[in-house]
Design a binder for this molecule. Structure first.
Ligand code: DX5
Ligand code: ZN
Length: 219
């Protein structure tokens, strides 16, 4: 059975009860904490910054998967590492020198990933795929939780799976936005390895059971 990585997105947690929600994830079958950083410039929303991530990291017993929706992320990579980032993913659209940025993330000892917006072609990965530990495909336009899943993502996942396999790489395919049991199952069928889920998990009557159901998707 395939090991599916589940990364609940803290953006959908109750920020007034953050420790409670972090413990919920600690005691669930989830693999990573997905941490969405938005700067109000690259995306039309502002989420949270360093002090909140530091606070999460004090209680989190699982790796922090930090998704940077910020312009020129190079400025803050060291700081994100210092406050606990395990994975750092940066948007292709936000980096002028994506190859350099990936090398910087790796030199910090973090897992390095590139994120592509729904409107960005897989062809931009052509030169840099071997340098990516992970590729995160957005299945909504970044900026907000709770948006509708974009159906063309399935085909994009299949094509990325093919690119990775045909080159003999073991790059992780992560998907973010509108993931629920139905879209999650189809994404795993299409070749995804890791699923981010925000509102589907945190708005569920039983978040831990919801995480378990995603983790145990059978294809
Ligand atoms: C969107 C964020 C997502 C978001 C997902 O810009 O990157 O991680 O939290 O939320 P849902 O799962 O509710 O679509
Ligand atoms: Zn995200």
């Amino acid at each position: 059975m395939k090991n599916i990585i589940i990364a609940p997105s803290v953006l959908a947690a109750d920020f007034a009860n953050l420790q409670r929600d972090v413990e919920m994830v600690n005691n669930s079958q989830a693999d990573w904490f997905h941490i969405d950083v938005m700067d109000g410039a690259f995306v039309p929303n502002i989420s949270f910054g360093m002090p909140v991530i530091e606070a999460i990291n004090r209680h989190a017993k699982k790796p922090l998967d930090v998704h940077l929706m910020i312009e020129k992320p190079d400025r803050y990579l060291e700081e994100f590492k210092r406050i606990g980032a395990t994975n750092i993913t940066v948007h292709y659209e936000a980096c002028t020198h994506i190859h350099r940025t990936l090398q910087q993330i790796k030199s910090l000892g973090c897992v390095a990933g590139v994120v592509l917006n729904p409107g960005t072609s897989l062809s931009v990965l052509d030169e840099i795929l071997p340098d990516c530990d992970m590729v995160l495909l957005m299945s909504v336009n970044p900026g907000f939780g709770g948006q509708k899943f974009i159906e063309s993502t399935y085909d994009k996942v299949r094509r990325l799976r093919q690119m990775i396999d045909s080159r003999g790489l073991n790059t992780i395919i992560e998907i973010d936005g509108g993931v629920n049991q139905e879209t999650g199952t189809k994404l795993i069928e299409a070749g995804a390895d890791a699923l981010v889920a925000g509102s589907f998990v945190f708005n569920a009557p039983d978040p831990q059971a919801t995480i378990a159901n995603l983790k145990n998707i059978q294809i």
